[in-house]
Write a new protein. Structure first.
Length: 94
């Protein structure tokens, strides 16, 4: 089963997480299929706390990838996640 979860990086006491797609049998920081973005829990002013590549995230969620609890709450809080793409203009008739 494919899951979307956090992979830890950074130094001791300074965590930095990559949001990755991986097989659930792999280790936390092991092999992954695709990197979707990052999560920086100790971001200061002017830095992004979370960044996601939304087309890949929405595609993988449609393909039954299961997000972890932390990733799921981050997806709900991400400001661009709820925004739908602009509707296409209606075709003009000749």
């Amino acid at each position: 089963m494919v899951s979307i979860r956090l992979s830890r990086g950074g130094a001791k006491k300074r965590p930095f997480y990559h949001i990755v797609v991986t097989d659930q049998r792999n280790r936390r920081d092991g092999r992954y299929i695709e990197r979707l973005g990052y999560f920086n829990p100790i971001a200061v002013d002017g830095q992004d706390r979370i960044r996601l590549y939304l087309p890949s995230v929405s595609y993988l969620l449609c393909q039954c990838a299961h997000p972890s609890a932390r990733v799921n709450s981050s997806l709900q809080a991400y400001p661009h996640h709820a925004a739908s793409p602009a509707p296409l203009p209606a075709p003009s008739s000749p």
